[in-house]
Design a protein around this ligand. Structure first.
Ligand code: AHM
Ligand code: MG
Length: 330
């Protein structure tokens, strides 16, 4: 694609040969891009505007909300408020799914974590926005049950990473493309065309401070990647930012694997299936990588609840396969 390709132009060209069509793709992704631009500005200015720190409430899954979590959720909802093709939104920051449009054109559902990695807000470390779009099988009154579709049903997924630059990465089911925000002109410009995740990598991302609570197979995997074995490139290097989006972005570009397993207090780990893990699993697979619960393909898991958690291992296909073998052997 030509140098200087904007997201809008890319969507028109991609959409011209996709089932959902250019108009739908633009209707779905332009609000994501708008929310990404506004959130990039909010994150940038938060310390100056007194928007760091806790908001004072808990969200639906019991996390203490940061002010930026609340602001992020409002920004995403506002961006989609004029989008008639999206019937409803399920968000990490909303107890229940919210109706956005009752139009007969409302053929899609949005799943989102508006601000991934929000423990990073006050320390100037990376943050993200995760989004996944599902089809809606019917019209009429929206029910929360309609969101309970496995990740392989996602028609579009991606993330915005607020790091040293702001990057929007998306897939509509055939390849993964990345756009960097040119803040001077306010446009996302194609900088990472057809991202391919290396088949293996020598980096792992996990909160190893919790390793004593992990099941035996996961602990053995950690022993394996930290063992010294020059021919196989071990030990692997540890990189953990506290923002899944940033750690996955590194895996996609450089290879490696992020994992967040369960522990006795939280058998399904920390991360949420519908709006965190499934959209990112969709991106990983589309880039030639993989995502697993440790015991099978993550995109095959049918959610039973909007805020359901799942263990996850995501990144290079060989790393994920090896992780699954360690888990299966115990
Ligand atoms: P959040 O949605 O509340 O920010 O939680 C998700 C984040 C991930 O981005 C990150 O990898 C993980 O939680 C960090 O958790 P921990 O502090 O337990 O390592
Ligand atoms: Mg999150």
């Amino acid at each position: 694609m030509a140098a200087g390709t904007t997201l809008g132009r890319h969507l028109m060209e991609e959409g011209s040969w996709r089932k959902d069509g250019a108009d739908d793709l633009r209707a779905l992704l332009e609000p994501v891009a708008l929310a990404g631009k506004i959130l990039a500005r909010e994150v940038d200015q938060a310390a100056l505007a007194g928007k760091l720190g806790l908001a004072g409430d808990q969200n639906a899954t019991g996390d203490m909300q940061k002010k930026l979590d609340v602001i992020g959720n409002e920004i995403v909802m506002d961006a989609f408020s004029g989008c008639s093709v999206v019937a409803g939104i399920a968000s990490e920051e909303l107890e229940e799914a919210v109706i956005m449009s009752t139009s007969d054109d409302a053929r899609y559902l949005l799943c989102t974590d508006p601000l991934d990695g929000s423990s990073n807000t006050d320390v100037n470390a990376p943050l993200g926005t995760i989004f996944g779009i599902l089809r809606r099988g019917r019209t009429g009154e929206l029910s929360g049950e309609e969101f309970l579709q496995k990740g392989s049903e996602l028609v579009c997924a991606g993330y915005v990473l607020y790091g040293t630059s702001t990057v929007l990465v998306y897939t509509v089911g055939a390849g993964v493309h990345g756009f960097t925000l040119d803040k001077g002109v306010g446009e996302f410009v194609l900088t990472h065309e057809d991202i391919r995740c290396p088949e293996k990598g020598a980096v792992y991302s996990a909160n190893v401070g919790r390793h004593k609570d992990w099941e035996a197979g996961v602990r053995k995997y950690l022993d394996y990647v930290t063992d010294k074995d020059k021919p196989s490139g071990r030990p692997h290097s540890l990189r953990y930012t506290g923002a899944l989006v940033a750690d996955l972005h590194r895996c996609l570009l450089d290879g490696g694997m992020y994992f967040y397993p369960g522990d006795p207090g939280s058998p399904n780990g920390k991360l949420r299936l519908l709006y965190e893990c499934a959209p990112l699993a969709c991106v990983a697979e589309q880039a030639g990588g993989a995502a697993s619960t440790g015991r099978g393909r993550l995109l095959d898991v049918v959610p039973e609840a909007i805020h359901q958690r799942t263990p996850i291992a995501i990144g290079s296909v060989e790393n994920v396969a090896l992780f699954e073998r360690f888990v299966a052997e115990e």
